[in-house]
Design a protein around this ligand. Structure first.
Ligand SMILES: NC(=O)CC(=O)C(=O)O
Length: 315
């Protein structure tokens, strides 16, 4: 049946209809705020983020603004518990019901600027379990907290003499995949190391996301090798937009962030990319590119799940 759909007699428009049927999307403008000047002062970091969001919208209409991974705290396993805050599990949560310093500030940024806000990530404490998570929260233009994503894959690496990091010393991995609906389409969420696991983006793409967006903080060892490669790979695998938003590099920080916040199109083209300095990256997300990429190369409907039904078992 699937093979039949691939014969020359198949009409591309029928294939295109199938591959596009789950995607409801309108063009929108995306801004990635590559924050600089972050320090150990949480309140100041939130003020810097608020100024960055304000600056992003001051340049014209922006629909969706993104902040970096762990921007309100140092990116250090020794800091996550100290900076952690409770975040409601029962979502959506109305703006007025939010209680922690960072969720209140992020909600305010979304509401004041009338934008959708992917609020980077912040350390979260779950009071029932005492677990700490690396959590991304998302706000609608009324400031309501609509969804949260807890980093699923913890960044535990050891490249001797270059980069060692073990998030699992203090963090617990999340166990859900998360997307959210906007008037311009469904968006999928991951955090940084999550991009290395293609299954997450593939599942989100098959659920009809326009884009996977990853608040991130690669470093000066892994960034030059993998940052662009991974975004282009996830984009081309799934014929979706992919974006990563990093903090700017800070010479005094214990963790040297790579910077290079960027946006990649469904055909793998890099639409916009920063250097390592504080800046804002803008991209017009032309959702027609989803259709045109898929009509030429309809890989999203050519997958052979009859041949590889169970990836986890290696069968
Ligand atoms: N910081 C991360 O979670 C991931 C990273 O730096 C990398 O994968 O490289």
């Amino acid at each position: 049946m699937l093979r039949a759909s691939l014969t020359r007699s198949s009409s591309y428009s029928a294939l295109l209809r199938r591959t596009m049927s789950t995607i409801q999307a309108k063009p929108f403008k995306l801004a990635l705020v590559q924050l600089g000047g972050l320090s150990e002062d949480k309140t100041k970091n939130l003020e810097i983020a608020a100024a960055g969001v304000k600056e992003a919208v001051s340049q014209g209409k922006v629909d969706l603004v993104v902040l970096p991974e762990i921007f309100n705290s140092p990116y250090a396993v020794t800091a996550f518990r100290k900076y952690s805050e409770p975040i409601p599990n029962d979502l959506p949560a109305q703006a007025g019901s939010l209680e922690s310093e960072s969720t209140k500030a992020l909600s305010q940024m979304a509401k004041e600027n009338k934008i959708w806000l992917i609020g980077g990530s912040i350390p979260e404490i779950e009071s029932d379990t005492d677990h700490i998570y690396n959590t991304c929260t998302v706000y609608n233009p009324d400031g309501d907290l609509v969804v949260k994503h807890r980093k699923v894959h913890l960044f535990d690496i050891d490249i001797p003499g270059k980069q060692t990091f073990k998030e699992s010393e203090t963090l617990t991995g999340g166990n859900t995949l998360n997307t959210f609906e906007t008037p311009f389409g469904k968006i999928g969420l991951g955090i940084c190391y999550d991009i290395r696991f293609p299954e997450m983006a593939m599942i989100a793409a098959r659920q009809g996301v326009v884009a996977m967006i990853y608040p991130s903080a690669f470093n000066t060892t892994t960034g030059p090798i993998y940052w662009t490669l991974l975004q282009r790979a996830r984009a081309v695998d799934n014929q979706i937009f992919v974006a990563m938003c990093s903090p700017a590099r800070h010479p005094g920080a214990s963790y040297q962030a790579y910077g290079h916040s960027s946006v990649v199109a469904p055909n793998g083209d890099v639409l916009a990319e920063a250097d390592e300095h504080p800046t804002i990256v803008y991209a017009d997300i032309d959702t027609q590119l989803l259709a045109s990429t898929r009509s030429g190369l309809p890989v999203t409907v050519q997958r052979r799940f009859d041949v590889y039904p169970n990836v986890a078992d290696g069968n």
